[in-house]
Design a protein around this ligand. Sequence first.
Ligand code: ASP
Length: 322
Amino acid sequence: MALLALHGGAGGDGPWRGMTPMDPQRVACMQAILEDLGPRLESGELDALTAVRLAVEALEDEPGFNAGIGSVLDANGRVSMDASIMRGDDGAAGSVVGVTNLRHPIRAACGLLEQGWPAMMAGPGAEEWAAAQGYETVASEALVTELRTAQWRKWRDARLRPGATDEDDAALDHDLGEEVDGPGTVGAVALDARAKVAAATSTGGMTGKPPGRVGDTPIIGAGTWADPRVAVSCTGVGEAYLRACAAHEVGVGMRTEGANLAEVCEHVLDVVEPLGGRGGLIAVSADGQLALPFRVTLMYRGVWHNGTISTGIGPDSSEGQP
Ligand code: ASP
């Protein structure tokens, strides 16, 4: 059995208003990734770690998602990106923080995982290391899209408080109005043919974040976690996921014999939510359970399982929505 699940961020208040003009492109991107990687994961050609890295790389390439090209802009109108990746069977992990010129931050994070030490690098040091390893660099401006510039202007003009964990002030990019509505962080979790799991997450963070702000995404145990039993990728107001060590908490919950993954994930969101953690997570267990809970209006999500692909955005659990 193999399983691959993706997310493209979660957010929004109130009822889902249906697809935005960019949503078909986002859904098509998730579908193409699942069509390509799902069968290769099932056949054993890809292990879980490679599948989540490739999935997140492809999501970083889609300008409609907030990672790689299309990352949201900080208070100074600049891109700075975070990414992390973890392998379940040996707990190997890699993470980059605040990088501004890498085409695929997740590739550099995975390079650190494979190198074995250090597990985490930040800023110019991470960029220099990645360039020396031959990871593709780009001008930071090349990662900026019109959508994100419009979102940033709206954030600036509305004088929203950046990085706030309070629900009313949080400047999650999903919440900035229909015409510039955009989803967030991207992530993937996989279970491979050898019953091993892995997780990866990548983000531009939150619109208007102060330069230097670090969210949950690059923090192993907060935004990303994998152990022999479960792999987790989170999305939402990062400060709350950080304070709850949210992804790791799913791992703790799954240590109990016979634990139900959906229940464990809901319990973790019960802890995250009062801290202002509007968002969701995706998780897959080594025994084949899958959970994709979210506590906001929408979470872009897609699943490949047994040759079947399902994708969803809003809360509806009707046919086609995982
Ligand atoms: N968790 C991300 C962060 O706080 C944002 C998101 O998932 O939308 O940087």
